[in-house]
Design a protein around this ligand. Structure first.
Ligand SMILES: [Zn+2]
Length: 307
């Protein structure tokens, strides 16, 4: 049966990153010796900043000014889906040039509810990239059920449209031969009906979580349910009986009140071994660890995640 375990406090601290294959603490930045064929580890780790549900409060965010690769916004950048809100966000996004890539998907608030076709978001965001010299200073990618290569080709990110979230039908993922590192949708993945410890009802798409695990996609991020901001780390056992990290599910909803935002979620990801090595910006209170006692595929077949 699935066990919910308290996440070790050190997973939230960058200075105490740990090995994910045997559960033993280690410094991930020293994982590869410089004498091997691997390039220096700094090239193996990309730093991803995730925000969501900023609802027009993007300027309150304190984003890292350097040393970051990709910014992901999981939708609901506006409050009422008006064109001035979209353009205000777009201008702010354009200023975040410290990122090689900026990824955006849409949320339920980003369209005019009375007239969903009133704003052509693809057009609004494409105006930016077309005005830039091709991807030299970084690019903005508005993804609608499509995949983008980011961080100079080291990362493959698939972004879902709000329509996919609404229908709970997630389309356009590349075939199984093509490894996807991150899926982004406005709704988060949901593993359980209730929080295993707090017994509170949980929201999000079970469907999204299921195929993210089946496809072994290391990161699945969303937002939408502001009060369920947090992270779920899923693991199972590897061939040696140690712990293997599966997927990190992140709800990165940023808006906290009318005048404050949460800090951004910062993920360090080793793209060579396709593993999250550190997550910051989430607290112990809203993070949990779900461990599948058996290797993952048989676990999903048996229990379908019911708690
Ligand atoms: Zn929303």
């Amino acid at each position: 049966m699935a066990l919910a375990r308290g996440i070790p406090r050190n997973i939230l601290s960058r200075s105490n990153t740990r090995s994910i294959f045997n559960g033993a603490p280690s410094n991930s930045r020293n994982r590869f010796s410089p004498t091997t064929n691997h390039p220096p580890l700094d090239n193996d780790v990309v730093r991803i900043v995730v925000i969501s549900d900023t609802h027009q409060q993007h300027s309150l965010l304190k984003l890292p000014s350097h040393g970051v690769d990709v910014l992901i916004h999981c939708g609901d950048f506006t409050s009422y889906g008006n064109i001035s809100g979209v353009r205000n966000f777009r201008r702010w996004l354009e200023q975040q040039t410290q990122f090689t890539d900026r990824i955006v998907v849409d949320g339920n608030h980003d369209q005019d509810r009375n007239n969903p076709d009133a704003i052509d978001l693809r057009e609004e965001f494409s105006n930016i990239s077309s005005s830039r010299s091709h991807e030299k200073v970084g690019s903005i990618k508005f993804l609608q059920d499509e995949t983008a290569l980011c961080a100079n080709g080291r990362l493959r990110v698939h972004g879902y449209s709000w329509n996919s979230c609404k229908e709970d039908e997630f389309k356009g993922l590349p075939d199984e031969e093509t490894p996807v590192d991150i899926v982004v949708a406005h709704v988060p993945g949901r593993l359980h009906q209730k929080h295993p410890q707090k017994r509170k009802k949980l929201h999000g798409s079970h469907n999204l979580a299921k195929f993210t695990l089946e496809r072994r996609i290391p990161i699945c991020c969303g937002g939408h349910y502001h009060w369920e901001r947090g992270g779920v780390e899923t693991t199972d056992v590897n061939d040696q009986g140690g712990t293997r990290l599966l997927t990190w599910f992140i709800n990165a909803a940023s808006k906290r009140s009318e005048s404050s935002v949460h800090e951004p979620v910062v993920i360090d990801y080793n793209w060579r071994i396709r593993t999250v090595v550190n997550v910051e910006g989430l607290t112990q209170d809203n993070t949990m660890n779900i461990h599948f006692e058996e290797p993952f595929p048989s676990r999903i077949a048996k229990a379908s995640f019911r708690d």
